[in-house]
Design a protein around this ligand. Structure first.
Ligand code: MTE
Length: 315
């Protein structure tokens, strides 16, 4: 498992000195630090982030659980597979192609944009469609900040996302059994994408995003089921029509495009009324049961986006 992304040679030139020092303070100027950078040895690089108003008061899920109980089918279908099988994945350098219905299509260098857009820490409740939940301190920036740079055209109504395809580094993409079609794709309506709660995360618990959690950059939309949170994003495309999404493609009667957390709309095979808080109570596979809240507790902020829509139909 590699928690550390070595900086590229030009990092110190393009990064303001204070930011560079706070992010890399453990290694600044030392020969040992440079040796670590060159070898990519697993190290936790602290990320500088400004505090944000978006913090729920719920007890945090222990980092150990957040980083070992995952869904990331590119590395296998079991919860422990992503942590066990993602060690060879190389999240640096990283570029995201942003295009489609925009005035300024561009290829964005992640290391560069992370120094240009202020990073924030946000503590979000996360609810998986499989009825477990976690409370995670993310580090990231609003997706809207990235969208502003490409200037969406008036005709753009949706945002489509794509995960990287690298069978050589992602064993779930190369094995005999292929559980999904690759790339994993997701989408949001443009107003959902622009909502201030919607972020692109590059870290958690003050550190660079671990491979198993979607390194180096993944989507986080706290009022939707976890499968909307597409990981290791390489492409973002603004479209006029609703884009295809992986789980809706694989089981349209079970998973919809909207995927808003809704205790009143059951999954065809199980209830969504309650959830299991991972890491609380009886160990990893136990967990305290709590009631699931409409929009995962973010109704005040986001219910207005769906005014007049039948949420049983648009699940
Ligand atoms: N992104 C990709 N590329 N592949 C996946 O299999 N799984 C999704 C989502 N993003 C997945 C993905 C699902 S089902 C969930 S619940 C969340 O990632 C889990 O995120 P976590 O492991 O960081 O908790």
């Amino acid at each position: 498992m590699s928690l550390y992304r070595p900086p590229r040679t030009q990092s110190s030139e393009i990064t303001p000195r204070e930011v560079y020092l706070s992010r890399r303070s453990f290694m600044a100027g030392t020969a040992a630090g440079l040796a670590f950078a060159a070898s990519g040895t697993a190290l936790a690089a602290p990320l500088a982030a400004t505090p944000s108003a978006y913090k729920v008061a719920d007890k945090l899920t222990p980092k150990q659980d957040v980083t070992t109980y995952n869904n990331f089918y590119e590395f296998g279908v079991n919860k422990s597979d992503p942590a066990a099988n993602s060690g060879d994945f190389k999240p640096t350098p990283w570029a995201i192609e942003v295009g489609g219905l925009v005035a300024k299509p561009q290829v964005i260098d992640l290391e560069k944009i992370m120094t240009e857009i202020p990073m924030e820490e946000r503590v979000y409740r996360m609810r998986c469609v499989e009825t477990w939940s976690m409370v995670i301190p993310w580090i990231g920036f609003p997706l809207s900040a990235l969208l502003d740079r490409v200037e969406p055209l008036g005709s753009a109504k949706y945002v489509a996302f794509e995960t990287v395809v690298r069978p050589a580094e992602m064993p779930g993409q190369s094995g005999f059994f292929q559980p999904l079609n690759w790339p994993y794709v997701e989408g949001l309506r443009l107003d959902e994408a622009r909502h201030p709660l919607t972020i692109l995360a590059t870290g958690l618990y003050g550190e660079t995003l671990p491979n198993q959690n979607g390194a180096p950059i993944r989507l986080v939309v706290p009022w939707k089921y976890g499968f909307k949170g597409v990981k290791s994003i390489v492409k973002i495309t603004l479209t006029e029509k609703e884009p295809p999404t992986t789980w809706k493609n694989s089981g349209p009667s079970e998973y919809g495009f909207y995927a808003n957390v809704n205790p009143a709309v059951d999954h065809p095979r199980w209830s969504q009324a309650t959830e299991r808080r991972i890491g609380e109570g009886d160990g990893l596979f136990g967990g305290r049961r709590v009631d699931t809240l409409p929009f995962n507790g973010y109704a005040d902020e986001v219910a207005g986006l769906y005014a007049g829509m039948d949420l049983k139909k648009f699940y």
